[in-house]
Design a protein around this ligand. Sequence first.
Ligand code: AMP
Length: 197
Amino acid sequence: MEERFVQTLPAITVYCGSSPGQKPIYAEMAAELAHLLTTQGIRLVYGGGSRGLMGVLADTMLREGGSVTGVIPDFMRDLEWAHPGIQDMRIVRTMSERKAQMLELGSGMITLPGGIGTLEEFSEVVSWSQLHIHEKPVGILNVDGYYDSFLRFLTHMLQEGFCPPATADLMLVDSDPQRLLRRMAEFRHHRLPKTLY
Ligand code: AMP
C-alpha cells in the first residue's frame, strides 16, 4: 500500500524559481512533485505566480485536481504575475507578509531549483528554525545536483565555525520527492534555539 503523509503534512509550501531554468529536468521534477502532492491529497502553498517552475507546479496541480493556495503581494498581481487559475489566492501587501503567510500555511517547506528569491525564502525559514521561531521541516529537493555547490558552501560554513551542526540538522536534502516527503513527515525539531548550541 502507498505510504500516506497527509495527516502529518496536510499542506506543503514550495519555494521555486519564477524562471524555468535551462534543463527540462527542472520542470519535470516540479511536475513530479505536484503529481505526488495531488495523489497524496496534500495542499500546495506557493507564491501564486504563473511563470517558470512556479507555473509548472500550479498548472500540474490544477490539471490533476489538486488543492492550491497562492500568496502574492498586490504589486505583483498588478503586474499580472498572478496565476489566473488559482481560486484561493491570498493578496498581501509586502514580501514579508507573503513569506510569513507561506510559512504559516505550510506544514513543511520544500525548495526546488530557483534563483535569489528562492534562496531568500529558503534561508529565512532555516534561519527562523535555528532560532526556534518555528519547528517545521525544511527540505531541499536537489534536482540533478542543482544545489550541490550550495551544499558545499554550507559545509564550508560548518567547517569555518559559522554554521553549527545542529543547524545543518534542520535541513533535509534529497533527490527523490517521495523519500523527501517521508523524511519530512518523520522530522522532529531538536528544539534548541541557536543561542543555546
Ligand atoms: P527566483 O527564485 O528569483 O525566481 O524568485 C522566486 C520568488 O521570487 C518567488 O517566490 C517570488 O517571491 C518572486 N518572484 C519573482 N518573479 C516572480 C514572478 N514573475 N511571479 C511571481 N513571483 C515572482
